[in-house]
Write a protein that binds this ligand. Structure first.
Ligand code: B12
Ligand code: SF4
Length: 501
């Protein structure tokens, strides 16, 4: 049984240009390896000819099964295109797709793309193992929990929910040895050459209406214990020379003990690594007494989902947090010499221009980094179902579900393009303020590096795009699937053309 796990060709994060192997794929790969499968991992975003190399590999090696990972809604068509390419190259290869979006939208995804044979709904490790074993032994797949497919009659079948893995400490160390860790693209340019994204927990105990993580993990939270986290970080330092991390855990310190354990371990290991953690304002306040410890352990920044400057919006999106708490948390972080990054959401239904100006002035005062997003009804979230029912979703092209494009109108602004302009205007006004320019000369090396990078590369690129129409940056090796087909002199069937962009 030869299994290939593919992160399909897709755009990397154009804002921070973070280029990093998917932690989920590395965790899955490690698990399958431990289960003695013959597995290979291909991060197509790193290939010089992403589609061509994938096709060649399938033609040459004819894997029995290919798993396609789709971690963002915005990547789902890339995953579908990869499935089409794989089936065309070797019709006998079985294709299974996993990730949040296909899990939530399993039937729609299967019907839109007949090249996908199965979808793994939910957490992948145990389901994929059961699936591959069943294929190997030609057993009945309807007995494997967590699978979705269309049967011979074209009916949608879902085999039922698989319980989550109880203890994440039972999982092996992510399979970094299968990733191209030495590839020059693998880096977080905004943080430094030796940057990487890591992930040590799954889910969250809150239920903000727009959050697909909480919906995917059904409002539960599990984490690797601090000792295993520190082992992983130490390996990353010693073997791969990585020392600055964006920790992908949505809420790192859900439990105080997690923070305490992390601080103790990192102080003990003295690896001299640096961390950008994510948390909530209420948890930062709760753990005020740990903030110095976090800093001493290498944490340089907390990113908090502060979202908006008005309690009524926070209530509407079920943030379970107030503006007063947001201010207090930002002040505490500053007091303890930690950088503040806030992720913020604009484009709410009742929002007015006055609100947006107040929003800008409010956050502009406090934050070091500003992660501005447009509120997006990610499939599977309560917001999605509510907005769908209210008929407010105006754009169904999932490529635009990346928080950077408006897909819902607001009461005052019907036109999505207008909302996109408003979004870009806030970004421009924020980053071209004298205070932001000064940060390029800050005595804090991380802040200085980030701002130099962001303003001279990203913000400048966006400005050139708006003024002179120069293209927005995408990674140099990125190729759209349809261009690949044109290059080969092929055309997609009309019904698939829509997915081929
Ligand atoms: C790493 C990461 C990235 C990396 C991706 C690197 C890569 N090579 O793909 C980078 C930094 C580039 C990135 C970028 C973006 N990201 Co991101 N990212 C993450 C992050 C932090 C970790 C993902 C992860 O590995 N999780 C851990 C694993 C265990 O979970 P998992 O991926 O879901 O995998 C499990 C299952 O889904 C399943 N599974 C997954 N794949 C497969 C495949 C098969 C075959 C099977 C059987 C099972 C299976 O099994 C896995 C193990 O159990 C998550 C947040 C989070 N904590 O999850 C956000 C997250 C995935 N990102 C998100 C978003 C929105 C983005 C961006 C659009 C930017 C933005 N505005 O935030 C950009 C995309 C840029 C673009 N092209 O436009 C959202 C996605 C929401 C959605 N439903 O679309 C998330 C959930 C964050 C959030 N809460 O908003 N991201
Ligand atoms: S606190 Fe963050 S991770 Fe948790 S549900 Fe809300 S948005 Fe999602």
């Amino acid at each position: 049984m030869r299994f290939l796990l593919a992160d399909p060709p897709h755009k990397i994060w154009t804002i921070l240009r973070a280029w990093t192997p998917s932690p989920g794929c590395l965790q899955l790969s490690a698990y399958l390896e431990r289960e003695q499968f013959d597995i290979e991992y291909m991060d197509c975003t790193l290939n010089e000819n992403p589609w061509g190399d994938l096709e060649d590999k399938i033609r040459r090696e004819k894997p029995d099964v290919v798993g396609i990972s789709v971690i963002c809604t915005a990547f789902v068509y890339d995953g579908m295109n990869a499935a089409n390419l794989i089936k065309a190259a070797n019709p006998k290869t079985i294709v299974i797709m996993g990730g949040e979006h296909p899990s939530f939208m399993a039937e729609e995804t299967l019907r839109d793309c007949p090249a996908i044979d199965y979808i793994c709904v939910g957490e992948g490790e145990v389901t994929l193992t059961g699936f591959l074993r069943a294929i190997e032994k030609k057993e009945d797949l309807s007995k494997v929990l967590g699978l979705a497919y269309l049967n011979e009659k074209g009916e949608f079948v879902y085999t039922g929910d698989r319980p989550f893995i109880e203890d994440l400490d039972t999982l092996p160390m992510p399979a970094y040895h299968l990733a191209k860790m030495d590839h020059p693209f693998v880096t977080l340019p905004s943080e430094g050459k030796r940057g990487l994204v890591v992930n040590f927990s799954r889910g969250c105990l809150w239920d903000c209406t727009f959050c697909s993580e909480s919906a995917f993990y059904k409002k539960t939270w599990r984490r690797r214990s601090p000792k295993l986290i520190a082992d992983e970080l130490q390996l990353l330092k010693e073997k791969y020379n990585r020392d600055i991390f964006y920790v992908g855990d949505n809420t790192f310190n859900v439990k105080r003990e997690q923070g305490i354990g992390f601080i103790e371990e990192m102080l003990k290991r003295k690896t001299n690594q640096h961390f950008w953690l994510q948390s909530r304002a209420d948890l930062v306040i709760r753990d005020e007494d740990l903030l110095d410890g976090f800093r001493e352990a290498g944490v340089y920044q907390f990113m908090m989902g502060l979202e908006y400057h008005s309690d009524s919006v926070l209530k509407d999106i079920k943030k379970h947090q107030t503006v007063e708490q947001a201010v207090k948390a930002m002040e505490l972080l500053k007091k303890h010499k930690l950088m503040v990054m806030a992720t913020l959401l604009i484009g709410h239904w009742d929002e007015t221009e006055k609100d947006r100006n107040a929003f800008f002035n409010f956050f502009g005062k406090y934050v070091d980094h500003f992660g501005l997003n447009l509120i997006t009804p990610l499939p599977g979230t309560p917001l999605f179902y509510r907005m769908k029912k209210l008929g407010r979703i105006k754009d169904w092209d999932y490529r635009n579900y990346d928080y950077l494009h408006a897909v819902m109108s607001a009461k005052e602004v019907e036109d999505l393009e207008q909302l996109n302009l408003i979004y870009r205007d806030i970004m421009r006004r924020y980053y071209w303020r004298p205070g932001e320019m000064l940060k390029m000369f800050s005595s804090n090396p991380i802040l200085r590096h980030h701002h130099r990078y962001y303003i001279t590369k990203v913000a400048f690129n966006i400005m050139m795009h708006e003024v002179f129409g120069t293209p927005i940056w995408v990674q140099p090796n990125y190729q759209e699937y349809k261009d690949y087909l044109v290059e080969k002199g092929e055309r997609l069937p009309t019904e698939l053309m829509a997915l081929a962009k």
